[in-house]
Design a protein around this ligand. Structure first.
Ligand code: WT7
Length: 652
């Protein structure tokens, strides 16, 4: 990798600094068996994207076929207009009669080591019973139901039970505080809450019902609470309001007639974890969303009947909605679900799960991969990972070094890696390799999925053919958000005003001479140094390539001459060198890697970085520190104590 001097661009785009030239072709053995083997799929889909998506939709179960594939009046889309369906018929009913009835749908492990396996018939029965129970508690089509559960099978059963009766679920991540739960319940006037007595994380019990009770003191719309008995933890019941899940199931009928929904009826609301501002209730609908997650699961994860798929996300995030609940279930997959953390009781827990259940397709986040790298390869090396055949990542740009480690240490150079770009708002994967077709480059999410039109635009909407700018999605796609709950204006303002009728995801990206797309992170994380617009992600990626660095976050700080300068917050391995020696080594290293313009002005060594509970670094707060501002909202931080340590270090 060599430095490359960039010319200054007149319109407001982003300079690109990091050059990565390694390429990885899919192996013949993989290609031969892949679900997509013919590159014509791109051409066909480009010619008529709506027809492509209609073909995918036709593989699902519909009560009544749609009349029109797409009605598009920007920024409002109606997909499969006039169609009627209940998504649980694709996810469950069809598998009861197509030979999958006794197939394992879910292989679950609790953190303490307890195990449960559900066949498709088991899940089908519980979903039907629980749907009837919800009905008996007065839940009707269109009502909102909040789900605040640990990663136990009941989280999937609850989501599908809501879908069965047309109730809109709003899953709130079990790690969120009572305050966050309360805000989300009140924002969409939730009628019923499903929670558990507790859940296990890091060997400890998270007291969900207790936290829920704190929240519910201030949630007037809640009529009933259903409590799953996870561990027999002692708790208080409110007479008339609270009900045991298992008691409701015992009493309920085992068949619940599905409520047929218009394709465009809402399926769920999910509040974005968001690193900025008040959470947005992102709304998704039935027909389009199911089509999008079904198609991408099938083609990106290449699922086969005997695969064992493990997506390590929590159902509290969109990844869990799309690639644990709806996509894999509509494909009739066998999945692994795990309740706890990767280092309980030891740092090899994930790899033991892969070994024990023969996981073949594994999907996780770059932040997890970097943690595994930091822990050391002895943990995966001590387990048999030979069942793996395909690896995926999602959530943030993956730095090439982590990609290479993932490929070598986890994939044993035998598994294609799919780096999948998408958002809560997009519903499903939009930019990704197709594992049997695409030659990958470490750090690039490669190309738009068939039927998706992505481009890099400048501020004025001109297309950039080679270089950096803003990521844009130019045409509608089936799983796109249909709005923000209760806030039309914010929907239009956030996504649809930068350019005319083109979706703005808020990410910076670059395109190279071979048309590969490289996501550069949120545009809020782009800084302007002497007129050069630089993505802090590229500087971070260069920093973590240094052997002593485990994690890095780079933010802008006001500078008298340059406008802005860069401050790097870095966590390192133990070193004999002093901080000032190490700082010099790292600045030189970055200069050498990507150019002097990208040299951090200041490097702060810190034992930890502020992260959201989904593992995203909250650069906004570091920026506040580096600009000497009062700290913004810290309520979504996983560990608020980290900040004061960094702050005092910075002010030293
Ligand atoms: C943001 C969306 C999509 C499920 C999890 C996150 C970043 C996501 C990638 C990727 C680079 C990525 C983007 C995006 N992101 N995937 N493969 N490469 N960046 O969902 O919380 O809605 O976050 O995550 O910045 O906009 P989310």
């Amino acid at each position: 990798m060599k430095n490359k001097k960039q010319h200054k661009n007149s319109s407001k785009t982003i300079d690109t600094l990091l050059i990565e030239n390694r390429k990885f072709k899919p192996k013949d053995s993989f290609k031969k068996q892949a679900n997509v083997r013919n590159a014509d799929i791109y051409k066909t889909a480009r010619k008529n994207p709506v027809k492509f998506w209609e073909k995918m939709a036709s593989e699902l179960v519909w009560k009544k076929k749609w009349e029109k594939g797409l009605i598009w009046k920007a920024p409002d889309a109606r997909w499969f207009d006039g169609g009627k369906l209940n998504v649980t018929e694709s996810c469950l009913d069809q598998h009861i009669t197509n030979g999958n009835r006794n197939k394992a749908a879910l292989i679950w492990e609790g953190e303490p080591g307890d195990k449960r396996t559900f066949t498709y018939y088991d899940i089908y029965r519980d979903v039907n019973k629980f749907a009837n129970a919800l009905k008996s508690l007065g839940v009707k089509k269109g009502d909102r139901v909040a789900i605040y559960l640990p990663m136990i099978p009941e989280i999937m059963i609850s989501m599908l039970a809501c879908a069965r009766i047309g109730a809109i679920h709003s899953v709130v991540f079990g790690g969120f505080s009572p305050e966050s739960l309360k805000d989300r319940i009140n924002d969409s006037q939730v009628k019923l809450l499903i929670t558990a007595d507790g859940g296990y994380r890091k060997g400890q019990v998270i007291p969900l019902k207790h936290d829920a009770d704190v929240a519910l003191a201030d949630c007037p719309s809640i009529e009933h609470v259903v409590v799953v008995n996870r561990g027999g933890f002692l708790l208080r019941f409110k007479e008339g309001r609270d009900h045991w899940y298992h008691e409701l199931l015992e009493k309920a009928d085992s068949f619940c007639k599905p409520t047929y929904m218009d394709s465009e009826d809402p399926l769920f609301i999910l509040y974005t974890s968001g690193t900025t501002g008040k959470p947005k209730g992102i709304m998704h609908t039935c027909g389009g969303y199911l089509t999008g997650v079904y198609a991408t699961t099938k083609y990106v994860f290449d699922l086969k009947n005997d695969d064992v798929f493990w997506c390590t996300a929590d159902c509290g995030w969109v990844t869990g909605h799309s690639y644990i609940v709806y996509g894999p279930m509509a494909n009739g997959a066998t999945q692994v679900m795990y309740e706890g953390t990767p280092n309980y009781p030891d740092k090899n827990r994930f790899w033991k799960i892969v070994e024990e259940h023969g996981v073949s397709v594994f999907y996780t986040a770059p932040t997890a991969i970097r943690t595994f790298m930091y822990w050391g390869r002895e943990y995966p090396d001590g387990c048999d990972l030979s069942s793996l055949r395909l690896l995926g990542t999602v959530g943030e740009p993956i730095n090439p070094e982590a990609w290479i480690w993932y490929n070598e240490v986890i994939g044993h150079k035998n598994c294609p890696i799919v780096d999948t770009w998408w958002q809560t708002e997009t519903g499903h994967i939009l930019i990704t390799p197709l594992p049997g077709l695409t030659t990958t480059k470490p750090g690039s999410a490669t190309f738009a999925f068939p039927g998706i039109e992505a481009a890099i635009l400048d501020e004025n909407g001109n297309e950039i053919k080679n270089g950096g700018g803003f990521l844009a999605i130019k045409t509608p796609w089936p799983g796109m958000l249909r709005g923000i709950w209760g806030d039309r204006e914010r929907y239009v303002e956030t996504y649809w005003t930068k350019w005319k009728d083109i979706y703005f995801p808020g990410d910076g990206a670059k395109i190279d001479s071979e048309k590969y797309l490289w996501i550069l992170g949120r545009v809020d994380d782009v800084i302007n140094i002497s007129g050069h617009r630089i993505s802090t992600m590229e500087v971070e990626s260069a920093l973590v390539e240094h052997e002593s660095v485990t994690e890095a976050a780079v933010v802008g700080s006001p500078h008298k001459i340059k406008g802005e300068c860069m401050v790097a917050f870095v966590t390192t391995l133990k070193s004999k060198k002093s901080e000032s020696e190490l700082a010099k080594i790292l600045t030189d290293f970055v200069s050498h890697k990507i150019g002097a313009i990208a040299r951090p002005e200041k490097i702060i060594f810190t034992p930890d970085l502020p992260k959201t509970r989904s593992g995203k670094i909250m650069r906004r707060l570091l920026k506040d520190i580096a600009s000497g501002k009062v700290l913004g909202d810290t309520t979504t931080l996983a560990d608020p104590n980290v900040l004061s340590k960094i702050k005092s270090k910075y002010e030293d």
